[in-house]
Design a binder for this molecule. Structure first.
Ligand code: ZN
Length: 184
């Protein structure tokens, strides 16, 4: 299988924010998908893979339960005004290697983009992986190094270029990251 790029458009923004205080300061208001009460409110008006979106939101929210409510809850809402993340299906058939994208916006909810042209023809497993990955960015995670290809959903490329190693839920590396970020 060819290597498939995830999220090239937002990698730099995400990693820059994670790695540099000065740069973070130059992007005020970015990545506020999680509110002060540690909830993420998502809205999926176009019903983009709705069952998968719900399942993967539950997958991340399960960590909140695992850590006794000290994590983040992902909650579906029914209007853009209530949302901090807008699920946005788009069709970019010229860039089918780009499966999903997360973008912060200064006004309105941040965007979680899903390239349906790329994913309509892929397995449910791949859709689950991409949506879990993008939610991971909205929870504040950048990308993990390739050495974590079998323990993280947050690799820049589909893990090791092999679909069989694709995770559909946060892996042990992601749980460690989450614990440091949200629980400890
Ligand atoms: Zn990514």
């Amino acid at each position: 299988m060819r290597r498939t790029a995830l999220l090239l458009a937002s990698i730099s923004a995400t990693l820059l924010l994670a790695s540099g205080v000065a740069l973070a300061a130059s992007f005020p208001g970015h990545w506020e998908s999680v509110t002060g009460e540690e909830s993420l409110y998502y809205y999926n008006p176009e019903k983009v893979y709705p069952a998968v979106v719900e399942e993967e939101a539950r997958g991340w929210t399960a960590l909140d339960g695992r850590f006794n409510g000290r994590g983040v809850r992902l909650i579906e809402v029914g209007s853009q005004a209530e949302a901090t993340v807008l699920i946005d299906g788009y069709r970019d058939c010229d860039n089918k290697d780009l499966l999903g994208v997360s973008r912060n916006r200064e006004r309105g909810p941040n965007l979680l983009g899903i390239n349906t042209c790329a994913l309509d023809g892929r397995s449910r497993k791949m859709r689950e992986h991409v949506i879990t990955h993008e939610f991971g960015h909205h929870l504040g995670s950048g990308h993990q190094p390739r050495k974590f290809c079998e323990t993280s959903v947050m690799l820049e490329l589909v893990p090791c270029g092999r679909e069989r190693t694709v995770l559909t839920k946060p892996g042990t590396t992601d749980v460690s990251w989450y614990k440091n970020r949200w629980v400890s």
